[in-house]
Design a protein around this ligand. Sequence first.
Ligand SMILES: [Zn+2]
Length: 188
Amino acid sequence: MYQSVLVDGRLYGLLLRIDQELAGSTQAERCRWCGGRLDRADYARKPRGVPPELGPEHTVRLSLCCANEGCRRRHTPPSVRFLGRRVYVGAAILGITALRPGARGGEARALRAWLGVSGRTLARWRRWWQEVFATSGFWRNARGRLRTPVPAHALPGGLLQRFAGDLQTQLIAGLRFLAPITTAAGAM
Ligand SMILES: [Zn+2]
């Protein structure tokens, strides 16, 4: 059950640690334009789809800014928590769209109620996987890294099933796989 995975606060602790590692790697690479030092320039988000008891560190998008006076360009590291500008966190979007609409209608309904997502929004998210993600340059490249191909119509559930482990582990692996699309360059 994805709901039990998504309500478990430990998931967000693990995802936060991965985001900190990703931000650390981006920071170590220095400025892409001038080679300058990158300083932390995080910004606040109001994420939906997370348990209400999570601390304030879970509402911050880690980000970096070049310290060079004439440059100051922002570098947004990849994230396993925030899917681009979407209000809902990546775990919630991936979790609910990974459920097959017909086969597990009951679970999808329960999860939709818990997240407060309308049927229309859910349908839009499903279409995004099929029509936008499936035709993206990222997916055309990345799908070659999977040992068994995932057909577009099976996205994103078929993708998660390619990863070993329990639901939580699969969800985290899926978010890691998708992290490159969460930067400005990956344009979500
Ligand atoms: Zn710079």
